[in-house]
Ligand binder design. Structure first.
Ligand code: 5AD
Ligand code: SF4
Length: 461
């Protein structure tokens, strides 16, 4: 979500004549796009801001801004901790950034624009204060022409007790389906081959159009499948309760939709899930996994887990380990619980698991998940899969080996597995068949297939 917001803010500033620069000295404005999901992310922003204290004294004309979730979460507190910040803009006001920077440059002083809090008015009023920022994409302003995020939903109404998102991103709102389709068509006309639909609980998507027709996620996917030029459709991130059969059938039947589902479980303990107010039981999550495996055989499923949530015992953590072993996720993102002020979790429970225990649990779960990922990847050896080449690999860039006719490239399979290979940078943006010859837990190593290859070796990837 933040990557898309950054892209759109950069595009809107480019329209005003700004350019991106890597150099702080060259910049007229420095903007931080921020996250509030864990405390560490906020601390990082304050640490970066702290490093600009002297810089701002030496360069008072430069505009320093904080945008995104932390701007909404801390609001004026940011001015207190870093008084040299000029601009604070919440995720619902990003479209105002060019105008606000202009005001600051014209000497109108500090600017702050944020949305209403969840208790600061009626629902309609609060919704209006969280404006989605999705201008039709200007092709020249896009960082990668062949891939694009498309926002289909903003906000969240699930209110998991640990989570700050419903407070900072506001009420859940599904975007008008016709606008989404128009945006996808527009992107396809400008060389986009892969779109990723995004929302906090993207599979809960619901919207009623001008004709009174109700659109669900499966309806939307069906329409997007028909767009010429689009070859892959992904969607993140999913809420277990809304993984309905019609959606799974759409994933199975629509060739462009990636057989890849990211569905955070968060915990394998009944009591912890209840405390988290996730709204499902472990049995229901298991049932969902069975339905996925039955309906979309070969699909890759990934998950998120929080370890060390308030009161989590060793036995309860072990239940999470059991769930990971049973579900065999493609990969899992594992986080140490971080108490967030303003959430129900912070209000109701003690953050009582010591940091070293959270760390141990995090490492242990990661180790188990890595072993599963490695074993699954090893099964891919010898198979040929279609890979969308995304760019030059980070390793090649770090080593300065990023020029010439043969460099290390990186891409993804239809199931979202990362593949690296040797190739020509001209192949970036293309989908190529590749045979896998080696693997690590998170990366497959492949070779571009130049000759015809027996169909028995083709896998879903
Ligand atoms: N502490 C730790 N992890 C969190 N997440 C959300 N809130 C918190 C928190 N307070 C994790 C969840 C979510 C992912 C995006 O971040 O696992 O799925
Ligand atoms: Fe946060 Fe829960 Fe909403 Fe996900 S579903 S954004 S974890 S409140």
């Amino acid at each position: 979500m933040n990557m898309l917001d950054s892209e759109l803010v950069v595009a809107s500033l480019r329209k005003q004549g700004y350019q991106l620069t890597d150099s702080i000295e060259e910049a007229d404005a420095l903007l931080f796009n921020t996250c509030s999901v864990r405390e560490q992310a906020e601390n990082k922003t304050y640490s970066h801001l702290g490093k600009l204290r002297q810089f701002k004294i030496d360069n008072p004309e430069k505009v320093i801004g904080v945008m995104g979730c932390m701007a909404q979460n801390h609001q004026k507190k940011i001015f207190q901790r870093a008084p040299y910040v000029d601009l604070i803009v919440g995720p619902g006001q990003l479209h105002q950034i060019p105008e606000l920077i202009k005001k600051i440059e014209q000497g109108e002083g500090r600017q702050i624009e944020v949305s209403l809090g969840r208790r600061d008015g009626g629902r309609e009023e609060i919704i209006r204060s969280h404006e989605s920022f999705d201008p039709l994409r200007d092709p020249e302003m896009r960082p990668t022409p062949f891939q694009a995020f498309i926002r289909i939903q903003i906000g969240c109404d699930k209110f998991c007790t640990y989570c700050i998102v419903p407070s900072v991103r506001g009420p859940e709102q599904g975007r008008n389906p016709h606008d989404i389709i128009a945006e996808a068509k527009h992107l396809a006309l400008h060389d986009t081959v892969e779109i990723t639909l995004i929302g906090q609980t993207v599979n809960s998507y619901k919207a009623v159009d001008q004709d009174g027709k109700l659109w669900r996620m499966s309806d939307l996917l069906g329409e997007l499948q028909e767009i010429d030029g689009i070859q892959r459709i992904k969607f993140v991130t999913n809420y277990p309760n809304d993984m309905t059969d019609d959606l799974l059938c759409a994933v199975r039947d629509l060739s462009k939709v990636s057989p890849y589902l990211h569905v955070p479980a968060q915990s394998g303990s009944e009591r912890i899930l209840k405390r988290m107010k996730r709204g499902y039981t472990v049995a229901q999550y298991r049932d969902m996994m069975h339905r996925i495996r039955e309906t979309v055989p070969g699909a890759a499923v990934s998950s998120d887990f929080i370890v060390g949530f308030c009161g989590e015992t060793d036995e309860e953590f072990q239940m999470t380990v059991d769930l990971v072993e049973e579900c065999r996720f493609k990969n899992s993102f594992i986080f140490k619980y971080s108490e967030r002020e303003g959430t129900k979790g912070a209000e109701m429970y003690d953050d009582d698991i010591p940091h070293h225990v959270k760390k141990e649990r995090n490492n242990r779960l990661l180790e188990i998940q890595n072993q599963i990922s490695l074993e699954d990847n090893q099964d891919m050896i010898g198979h040929t899969v279609d890979v969308l080449i995304e760019g030059i690999s980070k390793t090649a860039i770090r080593k300065g080996e990023d020029t010439g006719p043969s460099v290390q490239l990186t891409g993804r399979t239809h199931c979202d597995r990362i593949v690296v290979c040797e190739g020509n940078p001209r192949q970036i943006g293309h989908i190529l068949p590749m045979t896998i010859y080696e693997t690590s837990p998170h990366t497959l190593f492949g070779e571009v297939v130049t000759e015809a290859c027996g169909p028995e070796l083709f896998g879903l990837g």
